[in-house]
Design a protein around this ligand. Sequence first.
Ligand code: SF4
Length: 266
Amino acid sequence: MFDKFDRKINYLRISVTDRCNLRCIYCMPEEGVPILSHEDILNFDEITEVARVAVSNGVEKVRITGGEPLVRKGIVNLVRMIGEIEGIKDYSMTTNAIFLDKFANELVKAGLHRVNISLDTINTDRFKQMTRGGDIQKVFDGINAAKRAGLEPIKVNCVIKDNDKEPDAVEVSEYCKRNNLQVRYIKEMDLEKGEFAVVQGGTGGDCSSCNRIRLTANGMIKPCLFNDIAFGVRGLGAARAIDLAIGNKPDSGHTNQTGKFYNIGG
Ligand code: SF4
């Protein structure tokens, strides 16, 4: 699929839940968030249908995101259902790894290729403070379990305020070198202000070569993270919604006044 700016759209990011088991200070407010009702969240058949239609139209790369995807009940079954679609060349998940120790082996058997892990510090106290209570040992255990299971290469998404010379960023980089992980720096983003930057070590945020569309947890196809445009798969059907999204994909990001990272999946 190509958009009107001749960009090849071959990457679908799927948010499978707006829920999370952490409360990262740059993502979720302290008081928590209004949670989508069960009826509003797409079921496994609906999500798989969108993925199937997207792949039949040229998508080769699929990323499972959230909120935190591993809190979605039956997540391994969903990963398997999408994994059975022929034509997916790169099948990954972005996770905070808190539950990864428990699921790593099953995810590989279900067809997942690799994981991106969110980790902004390796300091125990800072991690607890930044995630409002998270236990960093669970992340380290999850990373080791992913390695043992063969969910590689493992990429670490490290959110930075401004640059990769920040103390936490340097420590995360050194940790990644010691453990044969690939670090990528993501500058803190602001949807409403339209503040974002190209991912250091990745492809995100480079509008000129943007190759992605997103499926939100409540069934909206979004052509761009930094835009309010969205098309509902329940009303339009997967094929029409994807078509409209690509036909209306903006040349570059602007602002997003309606979405939140925890229900779009970054
Ligand atoms: S802001 Fe929009 S167009 Fe730019 S890289 Fe992100 S999703 Fe693509």
